[in-house]
Design a protein. Structure first.
Length: 111
């Protein structure tokens, strides 16, 4: 793993960029840190799902699913597609897929 340079070896521009990156990473992690949102992302990792499918898979009401999808959408992690009255969601951020792969390896894979 590459560690950042010591702050004494960094320019003000490098430190500012590091702070901006830390802020972006923190916001990303906050968006996926809720178990409901994480479960939605896990289900979407296998392909596009409708809100109704997600309700069934998660065993929660539509309002709860919609609330979590709204947060994921505002963070740019998922995108909706309307087909008649149904709304389908899919993952749009490759970082989410990469994180889900790591989380699966760490927490879900049989040991």
């Amino acid at each position: 793993m590459n560690q950042p340079a010591s702050p004494k070896d960094m320019s003000d521009e490098d430190i500012n960029r590091m702070m901006e990156n830390a802020c972006n990473a923190s916001n990303f992690l906050k968006a996926i840190s809720h178990e409901g949102r994480l479960m939605i992302l896990c289900h979407l990792a296998t392909g596009e799902k409708s809100v109704t499918e997600l309700e069934r898979l998660l065993s929660v009401r539509q309002a709860a699913v919609s609330q979590q999808l709204s947060r994921l959408r505002s963070e740019g992690l998922v995108t909706p597609r309307r087909d008649g009255k149904a709304i389908y969601y899919s993952l749009t951020d490759q970082r989410a897929i990469q994180i889900l792969d790591v989380l699966y390896d760490l927490f879900c894979q049989a040991k």
